[in-house]
Write a protein that binds this ligand. Structure first.
Ligand code: UT7
Length: 334
């Protein structure tokens, strides 16, 4: 795709952090009418990680970023912009980006939180890439971090079994070699889907009150079947579309990197792209749905395992609340 900018944004480092506490499916059997077999068969999840109750989301984001800085071998003072993609900020304000900035000592940066639910990381990486392409910034951190346990309703078997806590980050820097980096993106929102996946309490519509707490309004509310139907088509469509739009074939794609909400949605997207299972990045079995962290967590883990090579084409794809969905084509540059 030809772009006016003389540079592309490329990913030059990754990092991640997951809490130590592993929670398997059997954990839920003691207090909910559910079982390991149902959860594994319907979702692909075997276990997830839970952060301690007294620790905020930024605890994970800070550690993911420090891991990234160590991998890149740079100091936090070199960072220009911090974008934290999340639905579970430590608090409405200050932004979690400010909390991360202070903790890591990124004295020369500005930044903000980005809210786009499960598509947050894709919207963040696209926004970060545009900041790099503008020529104004050289090092943009894009963090996906969510403490989903703080908005999970442990009385609702339909939702609480799905989620986990985790954080991961990528660093974007410019490259003059326009064959590499963030090559293209296709992003969408459709607010008519809002009623099927939302958190009603805690915002200006229903500020926190005894009533909102009594009615469990600060938790995730999801019509799973309704979301499943659109997600399975939406994520597959947009993954296939970006490959065709860039005149690539399935054999050219090293990995599909899908949002990890349900193994059946992931498999459908991989099949539509005619990719063998080993070319689809998966971590849902270990972490469940970590919302904004799923995609960068896959990237960071696969990179640490030496499975991503320079020149690899990756298709990042997501579908989530909003509705929000999209795909980003990346050619790995290091
Ligand atoms: O990440 C953001 C985007 N979100 C998604 O992409 C999630 C999309 N949706 C899904 O992944 C799936 O719809 C779920 C995993 C949430 C649910 O799977 P499903 O196959 O769509 O199940 P269902 O909601 O249609 O429920 C089937 C049955 C129901 O029982 P009846 O009515 O058939 O008797 C549920 O009550 O399974 C029951 N059920 C459970 N049973 C055991 C629902 N949750 C559970 C559970 N354990 N945890």
């Amino acid at each position: 795709m030809s772009k006016a900018s003389p540079v592309n944004a490329m990913i030059t480092a990754v990092g991640h952090y997951v809490p130590d506490r592993v929670v398997d499916n059997k954990y839920f059997e003691s207090f909910l009418d559910t079982n390991d077999l149902w959860i594994q068969t319907r979702t692909g999840i075997k276990e997830r990680r839970y952060l301690d109750k007294d620790k905020p989301n930024s605890f994970m984001a800070i550690r993911a970023v420090n891991n990234l800085l160590q991998n890149r071998g740079i100091s936090a003072e070199e960072i220009d912009v911090i974008i934290v993609c999340t639905v579970t900020p430590d608090m409405p304000y200050p932004s979690t980006a400010c909390i991360v900035q202070d903790a890591i000592g990124a004295k020369n940066s500005w930044g903000f939180d980005l809210s786009a639910a499960c598509s947050g990381f894709l919207f963040g990486i696209n926004t970060g890439a545009k900041l790099i392409e503008s020529g104004s910034y050289k090092k943009v951190l894009v963090v996906g971090s969510d403490k989903m346990t703080c908005i999970s309703n442990f009385k609702d078997r339909n939702t609480c079994i799905l989620f986990g806590d985790g954080a991961a980050a990528v660093l974007l820097e410019p490259t003059e070699d326009k064959e590499y980096g963030i090559i293209d993106s296709i992003l969408h929102i459709d607010g008519s889907g809002g009623e099927f996946l939302y958190q009603p309490g805690g915002g200006s519509l229903h500020p926190a009150s005894h009533e909102t707490v009594d009615k469990d309004m600060h938790f995730v509310h999801q019509d799973g079947k309704a979301v499943f139907k659109v997600a399975v088509v939406g994520m597959a469509d947009v993954s296939e579309e970006i490959v065709l739009k860039n005149n690539l074939k399935s054999e050219d794609i090293a990995y599909l990197v899908p949002h990890q909400a349900n193994m059946r949605i992931i498999t459908a997207a991989g099949e539509r792209m005619k990719l063998p299972p080993e070319k689809v990045m998966i971590n849902i079995h270990k972490y469940g749905n970590t919302t904004c962290a799923t995609i960068p967590l896959c990237l960071s883990e696969y990179w640490h395992e030496g499975k991503i090579k320079k020149g690899d084409y990756l298709v990042l794809a997501s579908f989530g609340a909003g509705y929000t969905w999209g795909s980003v084509l990346v050619r790995w540059a290091y």
